[in-house]
Each structure stands twice: as C-alpha cells, then as structure tokens.
Design a protein around this ligand. Structure first.
Ligand code: PEP
Ligand code: MN
Length: 366
C-alpha cells in the first residue's frame, strides 16, 4: 500500500501531530474563540470541529450542518491553522471540499460500513487531500485495514489512522476500550501509516485523558486528537470528555515525549544487548513449552490405556493454587498467571482429547 511521508503533507504533520478543537461546532463565536485560544498554546497542528454529528439517538444535537463549515474554515484562516471535520457520505465530502476544509476524517461509525467508506473514497478520488481513518467501533482490524485500502486504491496517499477505542458491553472505566493490541497490529500490517490516538473518545471523561495520552506517546504513536471546548460542561455533545484550551495546554505540557529511535550508539548498543537476552529467553520458553506438550502427550496415552478421564479436577485445582503461589513470590501479576494457566490447560485438554479420540477426529468440534 502506498502511503506518503508526512513530509509531503501541506502543513507540519511530523510527530507529535496534535489535533484539537470542539467535539461540535455550536456557534460561530464558540468556534472562533476555541481556535484563538488553541492557537495561543502553540501546540496545535490541526483545528477540528464536528459539523455533522453521528448520534446514538435521534433528537439529540446532530450538528449545525453546512453553515458550520464556514465558521470552521474562517476560524482556521484567522489563526493560521489548517482544519478538519468528519465526513460520513459523498455530500459531506462535496460540501467540505467546497468550503476549503484541509483534512477529512472518517468516523468510527462510518468505518464499520464498507459501502459508506467506498462512497467517501470515490467522492475524494482525484483530489489531493489528506484523510484520517478512525478505527471501526467493533474491534475488527481487517475492517480498519479495508477502509484504509479503499482510500489508497483510489489514489489517496496522504493517510493517517486514528485509534479511538472499541465499543464493549462489559462494564469498564473507559467509554471505549483502548485494546492497544489492535493499533499495534495495524502498525505491524501497515508500517508506513502514522497512527494517532484519540484519548477523548477512549476515555469519555476528563480525568483519564492524560494517562491514555501518555500511553499512546509511550507506544510511539504519531500524535493525539483531544477535544477542547471553552466551557466543556455546557458543550452540546460529549460534555464530559472535553477540556478547556487551558487544560489542554497543561495536559500537553505534562506529557513526556520519548523518541521512537535513537542515534546514540551507546544507547542503541545497550538496547541491542537486552533484546538479545530477550531472544534467548523466548527461545528457552518455547523449548520448555514443547517439552511440556511432549509430557502431556504421554499423560494422554497413559490415561487412555488405563481408561481415565482427561479432566481431573483435583489436579487442576492443585495446579492453579501452587502456580499462583509461586507467581506471587516471583512478582508475576495474578491476572497474567491465571490467563496463562487457563490457556495451557485448554490446550492440554485439546491435545489429550485428540489422543483419546484418534481416528474420530471428524466428530471433534475443534
Ligand atoms: C468525534 O471525533 O467527534 C467523533 C464522533 O468520533 P468517533 O467517530 O470516534 O466516535
Ligand atoms: Mn466527540
């Protein structure tokens, strides 16, 4: 997939790339005031405002619509800030382009739908405009990659992805679970795409923003999108997660930005040595796992010969207890040990079951 370097973007887009602005454009003065205050921080690369808002229920504020595009673009021009807004269909694209918005973003509710993504990708075909693609609401990496591909295939090469978390029905302190492994897997699949993080929509509150923003930076993400509003409590959408431009400034001020690479040979050498140690440890762990599976096979054969059941509850309980005690003394977190044991146990039951049912594999569900 061809993705342009951020150096080719029409404005500064190098790391840390910071997007801020209100969740929604509400009034002309709110948009101008926010842009002015954010510009003053000197920390914003791209000014955002939602013009069409995808809301869960009808009759909530669904955005000011077309008129807001002028407010956004004029406020951006007045402050010398490029602008961005969310587009969800071809008509949004047409209006946003006509108004002179500099960057388009595809929202999480749109990325889930390949028809809508294709419609937007077709609407921008032939236009040299950067596009940011948020992850789909559900944790589906392929769907996210597919959306990026639809733009790349239409010749849109100035692309970034944005991690905004994933919807879950489980109780959680987050509005959307971060599931960091998914943006990490995206980076592994498409190394050339810069990935931004949107702590506002991950958290859904203010107090967790800085922790998520710091984690994103520590993972080497390319930048952040943080919603900012002059009076967040009175915002017409996403009131709980927006921060004032002053608090946005403080949050970024306190952020520690570590570099993704080092040119210092001493640091690089030390890292290399430590990584070699990790490589050896991983090889050792895998050899031990293979050895463990060899013994599990022997146990399976033995149980089969002696007509014993695979699952022996007392033994399983004893394993759980003794391993978790050992792990405690080794300072290994409890959650890690129980996940590891559960996985090992499942695999060992599977292996023994295959031995007991040799010749009847077709009847097995796995
Ligand atoms: C937004 O950025 O205001 C927004 C609606 O985000 P998402 O698509 O991530 O929910
Ligand atoms: Mn929002």
């Amino acid at each position: 997939m061809e993705i342009s370097s951020v150096e080719d973007w029409p404005f500064k887009a190098t790391r840390p790339f910071i997007i801020s602005g209100p969740c929604s454009a509400e009034t002309e003065s709110q948009v101008h005031y926010t842009a002015r205050k954010l510009k003053k921080t000197g920390k914003v690369n791209l000014f955002r405002a939602g013009i069409w808002k995808p809301r869960t229920r009808p009759n909530s504020f669904e955005g000011v619509g077309e008129i807001g595009l002028q407010w956004l673009v004029e406020a951006g021009k007045a402050q010398g800030l490029p602008t961005t807004t969310e587009v969800a269909n071809a008509q949004h694209v047409e209006l946003a382009l006509k108004a002179g918005v500099d960057v388009l973003w595809v929202g999480a509710r749109t990325t889930v739908n390949p028809f809508s993504v294709q419609e937007i990708a077709d609407a921008v075909k032939g236009v040299d405009i950067p596009v940011i693609i948020k992850n789909p609401i559900n944790p589906d990496l392929q769907l996210w990659i597919g959306a990026i591909e639809r733009f790349a295939l239409n010749g849109i090469n100035k692309l970034m992805a944005m991690h905004r978390g994933f919807s879950s029905s489980l109780p959680s302190p987050y509005r959307n679970l971060p599931m960091w492994e998914i943006p990490i897997a995206l980076k592994a699949e498409i190394p050339s795409i810069p990935i931004l993080c949107d702590p506002s929509h991950i958290c859904g509150n203010r107090h967790m923003l800085s922790g998520v923003a710091q984690k994103a930076m520590d993972l080497g993400m390319h930048g952040l999108m943080l919603e900012s509003h002059p009076t967040p409590d009175e915002a017409w959408s996403d009131a709980k997660q927006q921060v004032t431009p002053e608090d946005f400034d403080t949050l970024l001020e306190q952020l520690q930005l570590r570099s993704t690479e080092t040119s210092d040979p001493i640091i690089a050498n030390k890292l290399h040595t430590l990584r070699e140690e990790i490589d050896l440890i991983d090889q050792g762990i895998l050899r031990l796992v293979a050895q463990r599976f060899g013994i599990i096979e022997q146990i399976g054969e033995y149980k089969k010969e002696n007509d014993l059941t695979i699952l022996q509850l007392d033994r399983w309980k004893e394993i759980l207890q003794s391993r978790s005690e050992l792990a405690k003394t080794l300072n290994i977190p409890d959650a890690f040990v129980s996940k590891y044991l559960e996985f090992m146990h499942k695999e060992s039951i599977k292996a023994q079951s295959a031995i007991m049912n040799k010749g009847k594999e077709d009847e097995l569900l796995w």
